[in-house]
Design a protein. Structure first.
Length: 392
Protein backbone atom coordinates (compact mmCIF):
# COMPACT_ATOMS: atom_id res chain seq x y z
CA UNK A 1 0.00 0.00 0.00
CA UNK A 2 1.20 3.59 -0.54
CA UNK A 3 3.02 5.23 2.35
CA UNK A 4 1.70 8.08 4.49
CA UNK A 5 2.85 11.49 3.26
CA UNK A 6 3.42 12.82 6.78
CA UNK A 7 6.70 14.60 5.99
CA UNK A 8 5.38 16.31 2.88
CA UNK A 9 7.32 19.55 2.32
CA UNK A 10 10.38 18.42 4.29
CA UNK A 11 13.55 18.23 2.21
CA UNK A 12 16.39 15.98 3.33
CA UNK A 13 19.86 16.55 1.88
CA UNK A 14 21.39 13.08 2.09
CA UNK A 15 25.17 12.78 1.92
CA UNK A 16 25.38 9.36 3.57
CA UNK A 17 26.73 6.13 2.14
CA UNK A 18 26.57 2.35 2.62
CA UNK A 19 23.78 1.38 5.08
CA UNK A 20 23.62 3.33 8.39
CA UNK A 21 22.63 6.69 6.90
CA UNK A 22 20.80 5.39 3.80
CA UNK A 23 18.55 3.22 6.00
CA UNK A 24 17.63 6.36 7.96
CA UNK A 25 16.90 8.45 4.87
CA UNK A 26 14.97 5.60 3.24
CA UNK A 27 12.66 5.59 6.26
CA UNK A 28 12.22 9.36 6.00
CA UNK A 29 11.50 9.04 2.28
CA UNK A 30 8.84 6.43 3.04
CA UNK A 31 7.14 9.08 5.19
CA UNK A 32 6.97 11.50 2.28
CA UNK A 33 10.15 13.55 2.70
CA UNK A 34 11.91 14.76 -0.44
CA UNK A 35 15.28 13.06 -0.09
CA UNK A 36 17.99 14.39 -2.40
CA UNK A 37 21.00 12.08 -2.35
CA UNK A 38 24.38 13.54 -3.35
CA UNK A 39 26.59 10.81 -4.80
CA UNK A 40 30.11 10.63 -6.21
CA UNK A 41 30.43 9.91 -9.93
CA UNK A 42 30.76 6.16 -9.26
CA UNK A 43 27.75 6.14 -6.92
CA UNK A 44 27.23 5.07 -3.31
CA UNK A 45 29.00 1.79 -2.48
CA UNK A 46 25.64 0.30 -1.46
CA UNK A 47 24.85 0.07 -5.18
CA UNK A 48 27.38 -2.78 -5.47
CA UNK A 49 25.83 -4.94 -2.72
CA UNK A 50 24.38 -8.05 -4.36
CA UNK A 51 24.25 -9.20 -7.96
CA UNK A 52 22.36 -6.73 -10.18
CA UNK A 53 19.78 -7.83 -12.72
CA UNK A 54 20.78 -5.36 -15.43
CA UNK A 55 23.09 -2.48 -14.53
CA UNK A 56 26.28 -2.92 -12.54
CA UNK A 57 25.52 -0.08 -10.12
CA UNK A 58 21.88 -1.01 -9.47
CA UNK A 59 22.21 -3.93 -7.03
CA UNK A 60 19.33 -5.33 -4.94
CA UNK A 61 20.28 -3.54 -1.70
CA UNK A 62 20.22 -0.23 -3.56
CA UNK A 63 16.78 -0.96 -5.05
CA UNK A 64 15.40 -1.46 -1.54
CA UNK A 65 17.32 1.07 0.52
CA UNK A 66 17.43 4.01 -1.87
CA UNK A 67 13.83 3.84 -2.99
CA UNK A 68 12.04 7.18 -2.83
CA UNK A 69 15.19 9.28 -3.29
CA UNK A 70 16.53 11.54 -6.01
CA UNK A 71 20.18 11.12 -7.04
CA UNK A 72 22.47 14.00 -7.88
CA UNK A 73 26.10 13.80 -8.96
CA UNK A 74 28.16 16.92 -8.37
CA UNK A 75 31.90 17.42 -8.22
CA UNK A 76 32.24 19.29 -4.93
CA UNK A 77 35.79 20.32 -5.87
CA UNK A 78 34.27 22.37 -8.68
CA UNK A 79 33.31 25.92 -7.61
CA UNK A 80 30.13 25.73 -9.67
CA UNK A 81 28.93 22.47 -8.15
CA UNK A 82 30.02 23.58 -4.69
CA UNK A 83 27.84 26.67 -5.10
CA UNK A 84 24.93 24.40 -6.05
CA UNK A 85 25.44 22.47 -2.82
CA UNK A 86 25.22 25.72 -0.87
CA UNK A 87 21.94 26.56 -2.58
CA UNK A 88 20.62 23.09 -1.86
CA UNK A 89 21.55 23.42 1.82
CA UNK A 90 19.68 26.73 1.92
CA UNK A 91 16.52 25.01 0.67
CA UNK A 92 16.82 21.87 2.86
CA UNK A 93 15.30 21.23 6.26
CA UNK A 94 17.75 18.49 7.21
CA UNK A 95 21.33 17.83 6.15
CA UNK A 96 22.52 14.35 7.08
CA UNK A 97 25.99 12.99 6.31
CA UNK A 98 28.53 10.43 7.49
CA UNK A 99 31.69 12.18 6.32
CA UNK A 100 34.83 12.15 8.44
CA UNK A 101 35.46 15.40 10.27
CA UNK A 102 38.50 16.27 8.15
CA UNK A 103 36.44 15.81 4.97
CA UNK A 104 33.71 18.05 6.38
CA UNK A 105 36.31 20.73 7.11
CA UNK A 106 37.89 20.32 3.67
CA UNK A 107 34.68 21.01 1.76
CA UNK A 108 33.56 23.71 4.18
CA UNK A 109 30.41 21.94 5.30
CA UNK A 110 30.70 22.16 9.08
CA UNK A 111 27.60 22.95 11.10
CA UNK A 112 28.54 26.63 11.59
CA UNK A 113 29.09 27.00 7.82
CA UNK A 114 25.85 25.23 6.95
CA UNK A 115 23.92 27.21 9.55
CA UNK A 116 24.90 30.45 7.81
CA UNK A 117 23.07 29.19 4.75
CA UNK A 118 20.00 27.99 6.67
CA UNK A 119 19.81 29.18 10.29
CA UNK A 120 17.10 26.69 11.30
CA UNK A 121 18.81 23.73 9.63
CA UNK A 122 18.74 20.34 11.36
CA UNK A 123 22.31 19.12 10.80
CA UNK A 124 22.80 15.41 11.50
CA UNK A 125 26.25 13.80 11.59
CA UNK A 126 26.23 10.00 11.50
CA UNK A 127 29.52 8.95 13.06
CA UNK A 128 31.17 5.69 14.02
CA UNK A 129 32.03 6.87 17.53
CA UNK A 130 31.12 9.97 19.54
CA UNK A 131 33.37 12.91 18.77
CA UNK A 132 34.59 13.50 22.33
CA UNK A 133 35.97 9.98 22.85
CA UNK A 134 39.35 8.43 21.99
CA UNK A 135 37.80 6.36 19.15
CA UNK A 136 36.44 9.45 17.40
CA UNK A 137 38.70 9.21 14.37
CA UNK A 138 38.21 5.48 13.76
CA UNK A 139 36.25 4.13 10.81
CA UNK A 140 33.21 2.00 11.62
CA UNK A 141 31.19 -0.60 9.77
CA UNK A 142 28.63 -3.09 11.03
CA UNK A 143 31.33 -5.73 11.71
CA UNK A 144 33.42 -3.26 13.69
CA UNK A 145 30.48 -2.21 15.86
CA UNK A 146 29.29 -5.78 16.48
CA UNK A 147 32.81 -6.50 17.73
CA UNK A 148 33.22 -3.33 19.77
CA UNK A 149 29.77 -3.51 21.42
CA UNK A 150 30.10 -7.10 22.63
CA UNK A 151 27.41 -8.36 20.23
CA UNK A 152 29.86 -10.80 18.63
CA UNK A 153 30.38 -12.43 22.03
CA UNK A 154 26.70 -13.34 22.55
CA UNK A 155 26.22 -16.38 20.30
CA UNK A 156 29.24 -18.17 21.80
CA UNK A 157 27.68 -17.75 25.25
CA UNK A 158 24.69 -19.72 23.93
CA UNK A 159 26.52 -22.32 21.86
CA UNK A 160 29.49 -22.82 24.20
CA UNK A 161 32.05 -22.21 21.46
CA UNK A 162 35.17 -20.11 21.91
CA UNK A 163 35.10 -18.10 18.68
CA UNK A 164 33.11 -14.84 18.55
CA UNK A 165 30.40 -14.77 15.88
CA UNK A 166 28.62 -11.97 14.07
CA UNK A 167 24.84 -11.84 14.20
CA UNK A 168 24.09 -12.61 10.53
CA UNK A 169 22.43 -9.33 9.59
CA UNK A 170 23.50 -5.70 9.39
CA UNK A 171 21.93 -5.13 12.78
CA UNK A 172 24.26 -2.39 14.03
CA UNK A 173 23.81 -0.38 10.83
CA UNK A 174 20.03 -0.60 10.91
CA UNK A 175 19.60 0.00 14.65
CA UNK A 176 21.80 3.07 14.30
CA UNK A 177 19.80 4.13 11.24
CA UNK A 178 16.56 3.95 13.22
CA UNK A 179 18.23 5.93 16.01
CA UNK A 180 19.06 8.58 13.41
CA UNK A 181 15.40 8.62 12.26
CA UNK A 182 14.35 9.25 15.85
CA UNK A 183 16.92 12.02 16.14
CA UNK A 184 15.80 13.73 12.92
CA UNK A 185 12.12 13.64 13.86
CA UNK A 186 12.79 14.90 17.40
CA UNK A 187 14.92 17.77 16.08
CA UNK A 188 12.26 18.69 13.51
CA UNK A 189 9.60 18.65 16.24
CA UNK A 190 11.80 20.91 18.39
CA UNK A 191 12.22 23.29 15.43
CA UNK A 192 8.47 23.29 14.85
CA UNK A 193 7.91 24.46 18.43
CA UNK A 194 10.85 26.88 18.74
CA UNK A 195 12.03 27.78 15.24
CA UNK A 196 15.47 26.59 16.26
CA UNK A 197 17.68 24.25 14.23
CA UNK A 198 20.55 22.30 15.78
CA UNK A 199 23.54 20.04 15.36
CA UNK A 200 22.80 16.36 16.06
CA UNK A 201 25.43 13.66 16.38
CA UNK A 202 24.36 10.01 16.04
CA UNK A 203 27.30 7.73 16.95
CA UNK A 204 26.97 4.14 15.78
CA UNK A 205 28.96 2.51 18.61
CA UNK A 206 26.98 4.22 21.35
CA UNK A 207 23.63 3.78 19.56
CA UNK A 208 24.02 0.04 19.13
CA UNK A 209 25.60 -0.54 22.54
CA UNK A 210 22.71 1.35 24.15
CA UNK A 211 20.28 -0.92 22.25
CA UNK A 212 22.15 -4.09 23.25
CA UNK A 213 22.45 -3.28 26.95
CA UNK A 214 18.76 -2.64 27.61
CA UNK A 215 18.45 -6.22 28.84
CA UNK A 216 22.06 -7.41 28.83
CA UNK A 217 23.31 -4.89 31.40
CA UNK A 218 21.42 -7.13 33.80
CA UNK A 219 23.27 -7.72 37.12
CA UNK A 220 25.69 -4.90 36.39
CA UNK A 221 22.82 -2.43 36.46
CA UNK A 222 23.46 -2.02 40.20
CA UNK A 223 26.44 -0.58 42.04
CA UNK A 224 28.11 -2.63 43.22
CA UNK A 225 27.05 -5.30 40.69
CA UNK A 226 24.77 -8.02 42.07
CA UNK A 227 25.56 -10.42 39.24
CA UNK A 228 27.09 -10.70 35.79
CA UNK A 229 26.01 -8.95 32.63
CA UNK A 230 23.82 -10.84 30.17
CA UNK A 231 20.11 -11.62 30.36
CA UNK A 232 20.06 -15.36 31.17
CA UNK A 233 16.81 -16.05 29.34
CA UNK A 234 18.29 -14.75 26.08
CA UNK A 235 21.52 -16.69 26.65
CA UNK A 236 19.88 -19.98 27.66
CA UNK A 237 21.10 -22.76 25.30
CA UNK A 238 17.84 -24.64 25.93
CA UNK A 239 15.70 -21.73 24.73
CA UNK A 240 15.95 -22.66 21.07
CA UNK A 241 13.69 -23.81 18.22
CA UNK A 242 12.49 -27.38 18.72
CA UNK A 243 12.62 -30.17 16.18
CA UNK A 244 9.33 -31.90 15.39
CA UNK A 245 8.93 -35.11 13.42
CA UNK A 246 8.82 -33.09 10.17
CA UNK A 247 10.33 -29.66 10.83
CA UNK A 248 10.96 -27.01 13.48
CA UNK A 249 8.73 -24.90 15.70
CA UNK A 250 9.05 -22.45 18.57
CA UNK A 251 6.76 -22.49 21.60
CA UNK A 252 6.76 -19.83 24.30
CA UNK A 253 4.58 -20.73 27.32
CA UNK A 254 6.29 -17.97 29.36
CA UNK A 255 3.78 -18.05 32.22
CA UNK A 256 3.62 -20.71 34.90
CA UNK A 257 -0.03 -21.44 34.13
CA UNK A 258 0.79 -22.13 30.46
CA UNK A 259 3.66 -24.46 31.35
CA UNK A 260 1.31 -26.45 33.57
CA UNK A 261 -1.30 -26.45 30.82
CA UNK A 262 1.14 -27.86 28.27
CA UNK A 263 2.25 -30.79 30.41
CA UNK A 264 -1.37 -31.50 31.32
CA UNK A 265 -2.41 -31.50 27.63
CA UNK A 266 0.25 -34.05 26.73
CA UNK A 267 -0.50 -36.24 29.76
CA UNK A 268 2.81 -35.52 31.47
CA UNK A 269 1.80 -33.65 34.62
CA UNK A 270 4.21 -35.96 36.42
CA UNK A 271 7.07 -33.83 35.09
CA UNK A 272 6.00 -30.72 37.01
CA UNK A 273 5.37 -32.82 40.11
CA UNK A 274 9.08 -33.52 40.43
CA UNK A 275 10.81 -32.00 43.44
CA UNK A 276 12.89 -29.62 41.28
CA UNK A 277 9.73 -28.34 39.52
CA UNK A 278 7.09 -28.56 42.22
CA UNK A 279 6.50 -24.82 42.80
CA UNK A 280 6.24 -21.73 40.56
CA UNK A 281 9.54 -20.40 41.92
CA UNK A 282 11.32 -23.68 41.24
CA UNK A 283 9.87 -23.85 37.74
CA UNK A 284 11.05 -20.32 37.05
CA UNK A 285 14.49 -21.19 38.37
CA UNK A 286 14.64 -24.37 36.24
CA UNK A 287 13.16 -23.16 32.96
CA UNK A 288 15.91 -24.96 31.09
CA UNK A 289 14.66 -28.27 32.47
CA UNK A 290 11.10 -27.47 31.35
CA UNK A 291 12.37 -26.50 27.92
CA UNK A 292 14.31 -29.74 27.49
CA UNK A 293 11.32 -31.82 28.51
CA UNK A 294 9.08 -29.95 26.09
CA UNK A 295 11.60 -30.45 23.25
CA UNK A 296 11.69 -34.20 23.89
CA UNK A 297 7.90 -34.41 23.75
CA UNK A 298 7.52 -32.19 20.69
CA UNK A 299 9.95 -34.33 18.68
CA UNK A 300 7.39 -37.13 18.46
CA UNK A 301 4.70 -35.43 16.35
CA UNK A 302 4.60 -33.25 13.19
CA UNK A 303 4.69 -29.45 13.39
CA UNK A 304 1.05 -28.89 12.45
CA UNK A 305 -0.12 -31.20 15.24
CA UNK A 306 1.62 -29.01 17.81
CA UNK A 307 0.70 -25.68 16.24
CA UNK A 308 -2.97 -26.62 16.18
CA UNK A 309 -2.87 -27.84 19.79
CA UNK A 310 -1.05 -24.75 21.03
CA UNK A 311 -3.39 -22.35 19.26
CA UNK A 312 -6.45 -24.16 20.57
CA UNK A 313 -5.16 -23.79 24.13
CA UNK A 314 -3.64 -20.28 24.00
CA UNK A 315 0.03 -21.28 24.12
CA UNK A 316 2.07 -18.96 21.85
CA UNK A 317 3.82 -20.95 19.12
CA UNK A 318 4.92 -20.62 15.52
CA UNK A 319 6.70 -22.53 12.81
CA UNK A 320 10.34 -21.66 12.07
CA UNK A 321 10.39 -19.97 8.68
CA UNK A 322 13.27 -19.64 6.28
CA UNK A 323 13.72 -16.34 4.46
CA UNK A 324 12.30 -17.97 1.33
CA UNK A 325 9.21 -19.13 3.26
CA UNK A 326 8.24 -15.50 3.84
CA UNK A 327 7.27 -15.00 0.20
CA UNK A 328 4.44 -17.51 0.65
CA UNK A 329 3.46 -16.48 4.17
CA UNK A 330 -0.35 -16.04 4.23
CA UNK A 331 -0.29 -13.18 6.72
CA UNK A 332 2.31 -11.16 4.82
CA UNK A 333 0.36 -11.79 1.63
CA UNK A 334 -2.89 -10.62 3.25
CA UNK A 335 -1.40 -7.33 4.49
CA UNK A 336 0.42 -6.60 1.22
CA UNK A 337 3.86 -6.69 2.76
CA UNK A 338 5.57 -7.51 -0.55
CA UNK A 339 4.75 -5.19 -3.41
CA UNK A 340 5.51 -6.24 -7.00
CA UNK A 341 7.12 -3.31 -8.83
CA UNK A 342 8.65 -2.64 -12.24
CA UNK A 343 11.79 -0.52 -12.40
CA UNK A 344 12.13 1.46 -15.64
CA UNK A 345 15.65 0.16 -16.25
CA UNK A 346 16.04 -2.88 -13.98
CA UNK A 347 12.78 -4.68 -14.66
CA UNK A 348 10.49 -6.43 -12.20
CA UNK A 349 11.44 -6.52 -8.53
CA UNK A 350 9.94 -6.94 -5.08
CA UNK A 351 9.52 -3.86 -2.90
CA UNK A 352 8.89 -3.92 0.85
CA UNK A 353 6.05 -1.71 1.98
CA UNK A 354 6.62 0.14 5.29
CA UNK A 355 5.14 -1.84 8.18
CA UNK A 356 3.53 1.04 10.09
CA UNK A 357 -0.06 1.97 9.25
CA UNK A 358 -1.31 5.54 9.75
CA UNK A 359 -4.96 6.57 9.91
CA UNK A 360 -4.20 10.16 8.86
CA UNK A 361 -2.13 11.68 6.09
CA UNK A 362 -2.39 11.45 2.33
CA UNK A 363 -0.73 8.54 0.61
CA UNK A 364 2.35 8.88 -1.56
CA UNK A 365 3.87 6.56 -4.13
CA UNK A 366 7.61 6.19 -3.68
CA UNK A 367 9.99 6.79 -6.56
CA UNK A 368 12.03 3.85 -7.77
CA UNK A 369 15.65 3.73 -6.65
CA UNK A 370 17.51 6.14 -8.95
CA UNK A 371 20.24 5.65 -11.49
CA UNK A 372 23.48 7.44 -10.57
CA UNK A 373 22.86 11.15 -11.05
CA UNK A 374 19.41 10.55 -12.54
CA UNK A 375 18.02 13.75 -11.06
CA UNK A 376 21.03 16.06 -11.41
CA UNK A 377 19.44 18.19 -14.13
CA UNK A 378 16.10 18.22 -12.31
CA UNK A 379 17.67 19.52 -9.10
CA UNK A 380 19.86 21.99 -11.03
CA UNK A 381 16.71 23.41 -12.61
CA UNK A 382 14.94 23.68 -9.26
CA UNK A 383 17.87 25.48 -7.72
CA UNK A 384 18.16 27.85 -10.67
CA UNK A 385 14.51 28.78 -10.44
CA UNK A 386 14.89 29.48 -6.70
CA UNK A 387 18.13 31.46 -7.05
CA UNK A 388 17.95 34.88 -5.38
CA UNK A 389 18.42 37.90 -7.68
CA UNK A 390 22.01 39.08 -8.08
CA UNK A 391 23.63 35.64 -7.61
CA UNK A 392 25.73 33.88 -10.20
Amino acid sequence: MPTANLLNGIRILDMTTVMFGPYCTATLASLGADVVKIEPAHGDELRRVGKPAVNRRMGPAHLIMNRGKRSVVWDLKSPGDRAKLDRLIATSDVLIHNLRSNAVERIGMTYPAARKLRPDLVYVHCTGFASEGPYASLAAYDDIIQAASGAASLLPRVTGTDAPQFLPLAVADKVSGQTAVQAVLAALFHRERTGEGQHVEVPMFESFTHFLLQEHLYGRTFRPPIGPSGYPRQLDPDRQPMRTSDGWIVAAPYTDERWLRFFDLVGRSDIVAREALATPILRLKNLGMLQREMADIVAGEPSEHWLSLFRAHDIPAFRVNTIDDLFDDPHLSAVGFFRPEHHPSEGDYVALDPPVRYSAGESVELRHAPQIGEHTEEIDAELSSNRPEGTD
